[in-house]
Design a protein around this ligand. Structure first.
Ligand code: GLC
Length: 453
């Protein structure tokens, strides 16, 4: 009995210490690494952008691009009825693609809420659909074993207290701008606070949060407008293990963000902040728009997408790949087929992705390849983007490799010291040469797994 009591006390003390240290910004490097461990190992997640803009089907910024008023945008709300919505299908598609977590737009810039928020009428439950869309999604993804993340837009082009600024759909409407004096950003910040509290308390454990976004400066908005300090501290109190992105304009604090978010571009190397490598996640689209875009033609090929995942992990990052479901509640065929192709590759190659990171510097990257490394297994993965004819020379690898195999079928790859077929290339004592098959295995990108000494 006494033992039990003491153990209880100890657990409470530990929780209190954790709460205190995180809220206080006093978390150590090791504590942060531990909190982020699942995420660092996962490497691959699904972003979902879903809202009224799916009906316009021409970009989630359509309200802004076309400078629409709330009245003009209202038709989408009045007709919103995603009759084919089946989040279990979405969750299965994500899982089969090899994704380990998902992040969904609970509210995007348009202000429409997928959940039954107490603080607004502008929500799914008040549309013809009439039901909460978020709760079933969370349940479905959890049931497939994926971690849960919410995107929440700090920007809100529908809320009456959100002042019109340079980013607003009504930015050029002087009459509307003149009414800014009647809008109260303090009230809006309170709305954000209450809504985020709802998201942090009514859906169980939330694993990550993507706040979007700040644009401080003239006619913009930043941490003062969102009252980010108070907001993020509250989030960490409610969900001490949560992982938060870097867009609340709190980059100068240590508690205000956990990872960097390069968007729609491939960083050249591991992302740094103040010259230090930081955890990072690049969010990418299949075709440019985040929301469903019917007529977009710039869809990336499965090979480009797999390459993107590999390159991201080779630089120590995560890939959050976006799907914009249609207004009927489905993933369209272009998204489904690409997810399936990625899943086919991941089925045989996820070992070079999960738990992997950039290779130690001592391993030179061979031509046309990307390296990833699993520190736990002490294995190096050579992703061969362009299969060379038979010989792949690995300079400086002599003495470091125990065994080599193709990852897709675990078939042995012989290797020998020096470049025996280098043909004129300078001989190097420290080079080993892998003897690859002439014919590329039937996979998008072949991978050689090296068991290191
Ligand atoms: C940008 C866009 C937005 C998208 C987001 C994803 O901030 O405003 O539409 O949701 O990036 O990272």
């Amino acid at each position: 009995m006494k033992k039990c009591f003491l153990r209880g006390l100890w657990v409470m003390l530990l929780i209190a210490m954790q709460l205190f240290s995180v809220a206080d910004g006093a978390e150590t490097f090791e504590q942060k690494a531990e909190r982020m461990q699942w995420w660092t190992e996962a490497r691959f997640g699904m972003f979902i952008h879903w809202g009224l803009y799916a009906m316009a089907a021409r970009h989630e910024w359509v309200k802004n691009h076309e400078r629409m008023s709330n009245e003009q945008y209202q038709k989408y709300f009045d007709l919103w009825n995603p009759d084919l919505y089946n989040p279990s299908e979405w969750a299965r598609a994500a899982k089969n693609a090899g994704m380990k977590y998902f992040v969904v737009t609970s509210k995007h810039h348009e202000g429409f809420c997928l959940w039954d928020s107490k603080y607004t009428d502008y929500k799914a439950t008040n549309t013809p659909w009439g039901k909460d869309l978020l709760k079933p999604m969370v349940d479905a993804f959890r049931a497939e074993g994926l971690k849960v993340g919410f995107y929440y837009s700090l920007i809100d082009w529908h809320h009456p207290d959100f002042t019109i600024d340079r980013m607003h759909p009504l930015r050029d409407n002087q009459a509307e701008r003149a009414k800014n004096k009647d809008r109260d950003m303090n009230k809006y910040a309170e709305y954000v606070y209450q809504q985020v509290q709802e998201l942090m308390t009514e859906f169980g454990a939330i694993d990550c949060l993507f706040l979007d976004f700040s644009y401080p400066g003239t006619d913009g908005k930043g941490h003062k407008d969102w009252q980010s300090e108070r907001l993020v501290k509250r989030i960490r109190e409610l969900q001490p293990n949560i992982i938060i992105n870097d867009r609340a304009d709190l980059l100068n604090t240590d508690y205000g963000w956990d990872f960097s978010t390069p968007e729609q571009f491939m960083p050249r190397a591991w992302v740094t902040v103040n010259d230090k490598n930081v955890p990072w996640e690049t969010c990418q689209t299949f075709s440019g728009s985040w929301g469903y875009h019917r007529d977009e033609e710039s869809w990336k090929s499965p090979r480009q997408l797999v390459s993107m995942l590999i390159e991201t992990v080779s630089k120590g990052g995560n890939l959050l790949l976006n799907v914009g479901p249609t207004a009927r509640g489905t993933f369209d065929e272009r998204a489904c087929s690409r997810l399936a192709s990625m899943g086919e590759w991941m089925k045989y190659h996820s070992r070079s992705i999960y738990g992997c990171t950039a290779a130690p510097q001592e391993f030179q990257v061979p031509q046309n390849c990307f390296l990833t490394y699993n520190p736990q297994l002490n294995r190096l993965y050579i992703h061969i983007m362009e299969l060379p004819f038979q010989a792949l020379h690995l300079d400086g690898y002599q003495g470091k490799v125990k065994y080599a195999q193709l990852l897709n079928d675990a078939s042995e790859i012989h290797f020998e010291r020096q470049a025996s077929h280098a043909g004129g290339g300078s001989k190097n004592e420290n080079t080993i040469t892998l003897r690859l098959p002439v014919k590329q295995p039937n996979v998008i990108v072949p991978v050689v797994e090296l068991f290191l000494q």
